[in-house]
Design a protein around this ligand. Sequence first.
Ligand SMILES: [Zn+2]
Length: 314
Amino acid sequence: MTTPVVNVLPTDISAYRAGNTGIDYVHRFDSGTPGPVVTVNALTHGNELCGAYAVKRLFEHDIRPARGTLILSFANVAAYERFDPANPVASRFVDEDFNRLWAPEVLGGGRTSQELVRARAYLPVVQESDYLLDIHSMQSLSPPVMLCGTAPRGRVLARRVGVPVDIVADAGHAAGLRMRDHGEFGEADGRRTALLVECGQHWLQPTVGIAIETTFRFLLATGAIDEAAAAPHLGPPPPSQRVVEVSGPVTIKSDDFHFVEDYQGLEIIADAGTVIGHDGDDPVTTPYDDCVLIMPSKRLRRGQTAVRFGRLVE
Ligand SMILES: [Zn+2]
């Protein structure tokens, strides 16, 4: 395997360890006026560095809520601290994927790991948040995407945020529930809303810019901050967005999965039945015309998601 290019290195966040919540790396700012609890979280995956820069930017500019409560957090710092530019993939997690632990039976079960300990400590933040932005990045060179879940209110919020261009309405992975799908976030008629933004390739500089832009537009869209506070951090007005509805994940069944091309994501495959890969002896084909490939994985292991299929709907 070739070593990926690493143009972004971790930024020092040690100053933010001691929060005011009793949970390391979780800070809470109460405006004193009514309003939603809005959370921006970075480092759900330790090697996805862009979110650390975005949340640090909020601290450095003393961004405070105009109404309601603002929570700023760094989730899997234990993994982040292990980042090694010579092996940047390794620090995604310490023991297991923090973003597959959010089913009640996993959180409440008897198993433990570094990530489960952290997830259990972080759970009150997830449960309290009216709006949550979870900042991620990707292995591939895919354009950025906003994952908004299947409930209509996620799509509405993603449109209000306005970036990135591509909104993906999806239900997650067979390998385990994501934080953005936990509890009321995942319920069709719930009130709380979570977004997961994939800002671009993990270690490229533009990915950091996308994370910062998305974060400020999210705070603006949720009413946590006003235009004047956001404006210095925003780029030009974004182009209009489009929505891809995910029909389902391709979950890997064998120990030998490979794609027929080096897909990066958001490719549109014209014809139904086109072979895009092989899972053991079985061809993997697109289920319908104009099928969009969402986030093809480079971690092609049994039980994991290889890629997701979607349709452009708006
Ligand atoms: Zn991630």
